[in-house]
Design a protein around this ligand. Structure first.
Ligand code: PHB
Length: 392
């Protein structure tokens, strides 16, 4: 064991939330350490969602992380909603004067990891046996580093940015957690395919065979998803069946799905979850460690980044006054947006996915709802405002 080191903030988890927080704190003159069990390569090659709100893009650019998103990302001024064989464009620019960016989470992560390395940030990948003690009074983070050396770091504040299976969340006694969740009778089968894009923007398709989403990655690689059941056996989905289903679910209107070679497939179960206890003593939880959303609204990463923006404002003030109760402001402010995003993601999910028991009333209700959205500017603006992100 080496002698205990000191950092002002100890962050568990080097995903986009943990790294962005470390970066923002550094910009505000506060030092931190970030520890992560996975390797940089492992995080960089995991497929995650791909849509950034304009606010997330400005955070990357204006806070000096990188402007690569402006060069390699693609600005999307709208999406298409497809149902009953017809496409309906929701024009974000016209409706709410906003846009989103297609820029995969792996790229956000790579930009942040590069920026932390460039700015001399202390980020330790491939650590093991992470433990936090005394988070109510005088937190100590310990871990075994990639060289097998046990390390100990004393810190004023510990932040759990360690994802939906968070170790840090477990530090809060179950009796003090305020947890809310709901589950859904569906999941997504996601694929990556070598193929050209089928359309300039994302397509969210409702059909009587279930939901499909046609997204993109690059001019030669596409990302697509289709609704399956949560206990789906991926072995039942040979490539031909996936294409057949994607084509059928998006058919009509002369639309032609461009197919190709599938290079990866996996099933993503989803649920909605919020733990409103985002602060416990000197421990704070951010991003997926505190809440998850189903991927239909593309809100997960965006929400993690807005959590971090609030924290980067609250932590320096709490440290300056020495009053840890000031940390309560974090949850108060963050939960407003979290519940808006939970509501939006739930609504998009329930509007677009086929109920597995084939409820005929529900299918017609969904068409009524989709018609309310696409046949009125006010209806469309409701979706556009939420999708592009509410003002901060
Ligand atoms: C993606 O491109 O991975 C993606 C896009 C939009 C979503 C979810 C995932 O709603």
């Amino acid at each position: 064991m080496t002698a205990a080191q000191r950092r002002t903030v100890a962050i568990v988890g080097a995903g986009p939330a943990g790294l962005m927080l470390s970066h923002l704190l550094w910009r505000r003159g506060i030092d931190s350490i970030v520890v992560e069990e996975r390797s940089r390569h492992e995080i960089e090659t995991a497929n995650r969602a791909g849509i950034l709100e304009a606010g997330a893009v400005s955070m990357l650019v204006d806070e000096g992380v990188s402007d690569r998103v402006l060069r390699d990302g693609h600005e999307h001024d709208g999406i298409e909603l497809r149902f009953r064989g017809r496409g309906h464009r929701i024009d974000f620019r016209d409706l709410v004067d906003a846009a989103v960016w297609l820029y995969p989470q792996q790229d956000v992560f790579a930009d942040l990891a590069d920026a932390r390395a460039r700015d001399g940030g202390d980020v330790r990948f491939e650590v093991s046996e992470v433990a936090v003690v005394d988070h109510l009074t005088a937190p100590v983070l310990s871990f075994t580093d990639s060289e097998g050396e046990r390390q100990e770091v004393r810190a004023d504040i510990v932040v759990g940015a360690d994802g939906s299976r968070s170790y840090c969340r477990g530090l809060v006694p179950a009796s003090e957690r305020r947890e809310y969740f709901t589950t859904y009778p569906y999941a997504w089968l996601g694929i990556l395919a070598d193929a050209p894009p089928s359309a300039p923007e994302l397509i969210y398709a409702h059909s009587d065979r279930g939901f499909a989403l046609i997204s993109q990655r690059t001019p030669t690689v596409q990302r697509m998803y289709l609704q399956v059941s949560p206990d789906e056996d991926i072995a039942q989905w040979p490539d031909d069946r996936i294409w057949e289903e994607l084509v059928a679910r998006t058919a009509g209107d002369g639309f032609e799905l461009r197919t190709g070679t599938i290079t990866e497939k996996s099933v993503l179960p989803f649920r909605s979850y919020v733990d409103e206890t985002m602060r416990h003593g000197r421990l704070l939880l951010v991003g997926d460690a505190a809440h998850t959303v189903p991927p239909t609204g593309a809100k997960g990463l965006n929400l993690a980044l807005t959590d971090v923006a609030v924290l980067a404002d609250v932590i320096p003030r709490a440290l300056a006054t020495g009053d840890t109760d000031a940390l309560d402001e974090y949850a108060e402010r963050a939960l407003d947006r979290i519940w808006k995003a939970e509501s939006f993601s739930y609504w998009m999910t329930q509007m677009l996915h086929l109920s597995p028991d084939g409820d005929a009333f529900d299918a017609r209700r969904q068409i009524g709802e989709l018609r309310r959205i696409v046949s009125s500017d006010r209806g469309s603006a409701y979706l556009a405002e939420a999708y592009t992100g509410w003002p901060r």
